[in-house]
Design a protein around this ligand. Structure first.
Ligand code: CP
Length: 307
């Protein structure tokens, strides 16, 4: 694998290797001195053209812990605001001999465009409604840490499926690892063709919640609605949210996930987000070691060589 743009091209062996290397880095992260020299001398560009808290900070921390040099660029502080094209921007930075671009972008396809303008490696840190592959890796890592395996698990992905790059990357990765996925969403937020993913789709969380090992709630992406009429927070929560009553019906040992940021009181009630079986902060924690693993492997690391 040269770049990490989407999860559909990853095999089960590729994903297992990322998760296993992440496990080794997780042990490094739990030490008092968390840093390893694995990427010393490598330069990584963090190009964040859309806001981010979790992804950006965990990539930056992962780079520091791998001893890489980081260059942080945002859309509003680069010459993109003067009209420079993205291709020219990438070629300009590429001319300074960087090793990797991490890209968060509003438009689907931007990370792919970057690959056409550099020989450096590229990781998609979330592009529009398309994909967010390192989010999928940290989600799989979190779920595998809890259950010890991924195959055979029943996973419901619930909510605003239509606008979700998390759904776009997590569903193929779960399927590749042998999990059974059900999409659950309001009719106006459902994916057009669930058969494309090879999964079932329903509008009723109540019908499926008792069978699920993982209930993965998605954020309602208000910023991508384009002014469309949507239900109020309370109405959405009543019809489609993970409230206390639905949470109480989850089977023993089942877990709750959410990629963040959350709309508390809309897709998820605060008491559920903070419940003992909520893995939301475990997901955040796993963001560092899984991103360390992805960068390390793409830059030529050997998984026998993790310090
Ligand atoms: N989950 C996620 O991608 O969060 P951020 O937008 O804060 O990076």
């Amino acid at each position: 694998v040269r770049n990490l743009i989407d999860t559909t091209s990853l095999t089960a062996d590729d994903i297992t290797q990322i998760l296993d290397v992440a496990r080794s880095f997780d042990e490094v992260n739990s030490r008092s001195i968390k840093k390893v020299p694995a990427l010393r001398g490598r330069t990584i560009v963090n190009l964040f053209l859309e806001p981010s808290t979790r992804t950006r900070s965990s990539f930056e921390l992962a780079e520091k812990r791998l001893s890489a040099d980081a260059l942080n660029m945002g859309g509003s502080t680069s010459s993109v605001v003067k009209g420079e094209s993205l291709a020219d921007t990438i070629q300009t930075i590429d001319a300074m001999n960087v090793d990797m671009f991490i890209c968060r972008a509003k438009f689907a396809g931007t990370p792919h465009l970057i690959t056409e303008n550099t020989d450096a490696r590229v990781i998609n840190a979330g592009d529009g409604k398309h994909q967010h592959p390192t989010q999928a890796m940290l989600d799989l890592y979190t779920i595998r840490e809890h259950f010890g395996h991924l195959d055979g698990l029943k996973v419901a992905i619930v909510g605003d499926l239509l606008h979700s790059r998390v759904c776009g990357s997590l569903v193929p990765a779960l399927k590749t690892m042998g999990a059974e996925v059900t999409l659950v969403g309001p009719p106006t937020f459902q994916v057009v063709d669930p058969a494309y993913y090879g999964v079932e789709q329903t509008s009723s969380l109540d019908e499926v919640i008792e069978e699920m090992d993982v209930v993965y709630m998605l954020r309602v992406q208000l910023e991508r609605m384009g002014g469309a009429a949507i239900p109020s927070r309370r109405e959405y929560n009543r019809l489609y949210g993970l409230d206390l009553a639905r949470h109480a019906r989850m089977k023993e040992g089942a877990i709750v996930c959410h990629p963040g940021p959350m709309n508390r009181g809309m897709e998820i009630m605060p008491e559920v987000a903070d419940a003992p079986n909520s893995k939301i902060l475990n997901q955040v924690n796993a963001g560092v070691c899984t991103r360390m693993a992805a960068m390390y492997l793409l830059l030529g690391g050997d998984d026998n060589d993790v310090a």
